[in-house]
Design a protein around this ligand. Structure first.
Ligand SMILES: *Cc1c(COP(=O)(O)O)cnc(C)c1O
Length: 426
């Protein structure tokens, strides 16, 4: 009788993951959760509190994914838990305007004075989609200037040319140029200015891994937009309420015409929002001719969690402390990489950062793509083995929250030092 050779390359698969891949496509509902960049079986989440996450395998991790940036305060902060319990008992869904959405909109307009009105959506994807629809209606122009490697959700126009299933014709409306390349943006505006509805960007790129704007880049785009009659749209889904109370706009002193929010403003629940001056926002239905709506838009639970997440930012802002702690952590990581002889670039903006395994500065998506992914994968695995949860992709940001204790940050630095030793070139 023939015995089967042991499948040495195949790792032990847990029954839960086996079930996941049977009934969910690739075992996930969003591709990055498949851990394809780092290999191995994905970590599945069972519960979390503060900065600690417990997997279904019963292992605990210090979490630096933090809901991909949505969890500014960490997991299950008591104020948000209380707000959710109360809201759930009061009203789960009416399909009518309710007080919490008025309050969340008021908080956003208070934090960003250029925003007079807000429209809530269920996701950042929808908010970006609605913002560009609005920009196209206001300008009566079709095209969008965007930046290579940026992510603005999974709507057709904003993924044109990047996935199957989108008519090629849509791509002609989207003009991508390299991030931080003001001259390329200038050339695109010179060429297409009369047709440009908007310049759309993440004011700090987060979805290529963190790439801060070069000095002059944001003001330069502001000037280009104004001169060409296009709207400047900041996608602050990640940076909003993270870099400062007023988001990247306050941090860098550049004001967008329309601003898109998501993630943090929902306190861990699904949300998105578009904000801007009344003159622009009034083009949205029911006042104007640009349609947007949604059964779950302004959902009472998301609004309640959002209010609980944002309110304390006005009275006890965590930003100075987050800045200090993250800077300290990043300095420790950089020193550890140096002493292991592993060339890295650590890009940081406030409490978000990315470790790129590259000897050269990372200033645009192509630089990030050229980083050593295999080295990142081994580094990440070495961290998982030591109870540190970093994003399973070299092109994502790590997030520090007020819930991370000094000792958890030291734990990360020590684990990272060992992990750098593991991945140093022989
Ligand atoms: C996450 C993200 C989005 C999309 O938000 P979803 O709620 O996932 O649809 C859009 N823009 C940026 C910059 C994001 O990081």
């Amino acid at each position: 009788m023939k015995t089967r050779a042991p499948a040495r390359s195949r790792r032990a698969v847990t029954p839960l993951w086996e079930e996941a891949v049977r009934v969910l496509v690739g075992g996930v509902n969003s591709p990055v959760r498949g851990f394809r960049h780092v290999g191995g079986e994905p970590i599945l989440a069972r519960s979390a509190r503060g900065a600690t996450l417990t997997s279904t395998a019963g292992r605990t991790y210090v979490d630096f994914i933090m809901g991909w940036g949505a969890l500014l305060w960490g997991h299950q902060p008591p104020a948000i838990q209380r707000a959710l319990r109360a809201a759930g008992q009061r009203l789960v869904l009416a399909g009518l305007t309710h007080p919490a959405e008025i309050e969340l909109a008021r908080l956003i307009t208070q934090a960003l004075p250029a925003i007079e009105q807000v429209r809530f959506t269920v996701s950042g994807t929808e908010a970006c989609m609605t913002a560009i629809r609005l920009a196209r209606a206001v300008t009566n122009r079709p095209r969008l200037l965007v930046f290579a490697g940026s992510y603005h959700g999974h709507s057709d126009v904003l993924l044109a040319g990047q996935t199957a299933g989108i008519p090629a014709a849509l791509a002609q409306h989207v003009i991508p140029v390299p991030y931080n390349d003001l001259a390329a943006a200038q050339r695109a505006v010179d060429q297409h200015g009369k047709e440009l509805a908007a310049i759309l960007l993440e004011p700090v790129a987060a979805n290529t891994g963190v790439i801060p704007p070069a000095p002059g880049f944001l003001p330069g785009l502001r000037a280009l937009a104004t001169r060409s009659g296009a709207l400047l749209i900041f996608d602050e889904v990640v940076t909003g309420f993270r870099l400062a109370l007023g988001g990247a706009q306050a941090h860098f002193g550049v004001t967008a015409d329309l601003t898109v929010f998501g993630k943090i403003i929902g306190g861990g629940l699904p949300i998105g929002a578009v904000g801007g001056p009344r003159t622009l926002m009034q083009r949205l239905a029911p006042l104007g001719d640009v349609y947007h709506g949604g059964t779950f838009a302004g959902h009472p639970l998301s609004m309640a969690a959002g209010v609980a997440a944002l309110r304390p930012l006005f009275t006890a802002p965590p930003y100075a402390r987050l800045e200090r702690r993250t800077a300290q952590l990043v300095a420790a990581l950089a020193a550890a990489a140096r002493s292991a002889g592993v060339p890295v670039q650590i890009n940081r903006a406030g409490s978000m950062f990315t470790v790129f395994f590259s000897p050269r500065p990372v200033q645009q998506a192509r630089d990030a793509q050229e980083s050593r992914r295999e080295q990142f994968a081994r580094w990440a695995q070495a961290l998982y083995a030591q109870g540190i949860l970093v994003p399973p992709s070299p092109f994502e940001a790590l997030f520090v929250s007020p819930a991370h204790t000094e000792s958890q940050l030291r734990q990360f630095a020590a684990a990272a030092a060992r992990a750098f030793q593991d991945v140093r070139p022989a």
